[in-house]
Structures are given as C-alpha cells and as structure tokens.
Design a protein around this ligand. Structure first.
Ligand code: TYM
Length: 342
C-alpha cells in the first residue's frame, strides 16, 4: 500500500467523571477553544467508555455526560465549528480498541504510570479495562486519523504509546503511514496545574480534598476561600522565574495567574515581585472568578435545556461516524476481516 499523507485533524477527550476543575480547563479545554478559533478541523469527545474503567453510578454518569457537554459549550466550543460527541455513541472506538489490544504489548502497558497511580497497591483487583485504557485512548485518536492531540502533560506517556501502537500496526501489516503519528499539543503555561494543598501533586478530580482544586461549578465565595487557604511559603513573590524552582506552591499560583491573564510567568513576577502572597491571592481569586463566573452561569443555564445538549451530542456522533466508519472498514480489510457473506 502506498504511504498515506494525513491532513491536520485535532482530537481530544475528557472523562465525564465528576467535576471539571481548573487543571482540566487551563491544561486542556481552553486550548481546545484556541485551536477551534484557528479554524482547525477538530473533534472533542466525552470519553464515557474510559469513565467505566472504574465503577460509576449509572444515573450520575448519565448526568455527568450532559454536564460535560454543557461545560464544553459554555467554555466556547461550538458544535457548528467542531464535532462534540460522546465516545460510547460511536462504536468504532470500541472496535479499534480491540484491534489495538492485539497490537499493544503487555510490557508496554506495564510501564504506564497512570495505571500504577490509579490501581494503587491493589493492582490485582483493578479492572482489565483500567489496564488496557491506553489502547482505547489510542483508538479514540487513530479512529479519526487525528494528527494533533491537545492534552495536559499527564497524558504525554499515553500519547507516546499511541504513536508506538500506530508504528507497530503500520509495520506489522506493511501499510506505511496508514495510521498517523499524532503529536501532543501541550499548553505552555499550564502543562500541569498542581493541587492547592500540595505543590508536588497534580490538581485532580480524585483528590479526596475538595480544597485541593477549583471546580468549574464552585461559586465565587468558595473560589476566594480555596485560594485564600491555598498552601504557600513565607517568602514574598520573587523577581525571576528560576527563584520559583524550589517553591512548587508559589510556582503553581504564579502559573495559574499567567495562564488566565494570557501572559508569561515573568510578566506576573514583574508586576508582583516583593509583594507577599496575602496581597497576591485576592488578585488571583479575582482573575479566576472573572473567567469562570460566566462559564458556570452558562453551564447552569444549558443544564436547563437537556434536549438541546442531546441534539448537539447526537449530531456530533453522526459526523464522527462519517469520519471513523471508513477508517475502521479499511483497518478490518488490512487485517483480513472482510465480509465473506455478501
Ligand atoms: P482527563 O479526563 O483526566 O483530563 C482531561 C484533560 O485535562 C488535562 N488535565 C490537566 N492539565 C493540566 N493540569 C492538570 N492538573 C490536569 N488534570 C487533567 C488532561 O491532561 C486531559 O488533557 N485519558 C484522558 C482522556 C482521553 C483522551 C483520549 C485525551 C481519553 N481518550 C484521546 C486525548 C485523546 C484523561 O483521562 O483525561
């Protein structure tokens, strides 16, 4: 087969598990909106099949899927410009994931740090789905021959595995460049937003302390309180970025500010150097509230119109299938899985 060229296509996904937080927003969703504004062909997916790798209450999951769709729209994703849909409604994801389960090596999956973190000490009791999760993630991306994937830094290892799977499939079946080698797009100022309680841990939905994160649904008072209580050190804001290297909590707050103000950390230091955190924190709370407030309001309004949300997701799934169906069909043909019973 002749080597294929791939046109630029963006794909990314977010799990509909509980609250979307500032890390998801600054590390991923805000970047999706920027890429959409540049006129890229893009698919943004609610990865509900990933969510069930750990048990989910069905009613809560159903509502979280709608809420995440509302969040996408409230953050600025537009179903007239990008394809917004949920993973379970496009069967190609699960079909290609099975194919990739047969390509990926157990040794490769064993190296995935996210599995180690999520499974914890009780690895034997984790679902096979949680272990095989990166093969499904590779299928999400490659079912659309996507070339670019905006994600936070924590997903970089899964992206590298996606590339390894693509290369192995192309080599094993002698189909040069059939699957592209997708590139991660990682936001410079917010590659990894850290917990507000511990600057060495990333901000995460699964952290038992709600004070460790800002949720998109938090009201203004709660945001102000969480920032006021955020862990910092005794030193004032330094003059230059290298001085933040050994101050993870201070570094995190400066990065959050820079990301929201669309400037560089050095610009934030120029403005605030020498000032104590007691001065900086209310300014930080202010900028977070002014960005998230209108989003939260719109999420709540959209949640009052579930039919509208369902329509966006249904239309999105139809468009997504139009792209992925021929790619899955070609994949099956490459594998020799053609229909003999015509
Ligand atoms: P998920 O749902 O955990 O997170 C969604 C996106 O948010 C980013 N992110 C962060 N960025 C900066 N700082 C943080 N503290 C932070 N926490 C989360 C994540 O990197 C991600 O971009 N496996 C993925 C979902 C997925 C996917 C895909 C992504 C499934 N298939 C295909 C891209 C392409 C995940 O669990 O993301």
């Amino acid at each position: 087969m002749a080597s294929q060229r791939h046109k630029k296509r963006i794909f990314s996904g977010v799990q509909p598990t509980g609250n979307i937080h500032l890390g998801n927003y600054l590390g991923a969703v805000k970047n999706f909106v920027k890429l959409q504004a540049l006129g890229n062909e893009a698919l943004f997916c609610i990865v509900d099949l990933h969510a069930i790798t750990v048990w989910q209450d069905p009613k809560a999951l159903y509502s979280s899927i709608r809420e995440l769709a509302a969040t996408f729209i409230a953050c600025g994703l537009d179903s007239n410009k990008s394809i917004l849909f949920s993973q379970s409604q496009v069967s190609g994801h699960a079909e290609l994931a099975w194919v990739f389960n047969c390509v990926v090596r157990i040794g490769w999956l064993n190296r995935m740090t996210q599995f180690k973190d999520k499974a914890g000490k009780n690895k034997e009791n984790a679902s096979v789905g949680l272990f095989a999760y990166p093969a499904l993630m590779a299928a999400d991306i490659l079912a659309y021959h996507a070339t670019h994937v905006p994600v936070g830094e924590d997903q970089k290892q899964h992206l590298e595995l996606t590339r390894d799977i693509a290369i192995k499939f192309n080599n094993d079946y002698q189909v040069p460049n059939f699957f592209p080698n997708p590139e991660p797009i990682i936001e410079e100022t917010a590659p990894r937003i850290m917990s507000l309680r511990d600057g060495s841990k990333k901000m995460s939905k699964s952290d038992p302390s709600d004070m460790s994160r800002i949720n998109l649904q938090d009201d203004d008072d709660l945001i102000a309180l969480k920032i006021q209580k955020a862990k910092t050190d005794q030193e004032p804001i330094p003059e230059d970025v290298p001085s933040l290297a050994k101050r993870p909590e201070a570094n995190n707050l400066v990065n959050i500010y820079a990301s929201l103000a669309s400037c560089l950390p050095e610009d934030v230091l120029n403005e605030f150097n020498g000032k104590p955190f007691s001065f900086f924190k209310p300014k930080l709370a202010e900028i977070i509230i002014s960005e998230l407030g209108p989003i939260t309001k719109e999420i709540n309004e959209l949640m009052e119109q579930p039919d509208e949300i369902d329509k966006v997701l249904n239309d999105g799934a139809i468009h997504a299938r139009e792209i992925s169906d021929p790619i899955i069909k070609s994949t099956y043909e490459i594998l020799g899985l053609t229909n003999n019973c015509k």
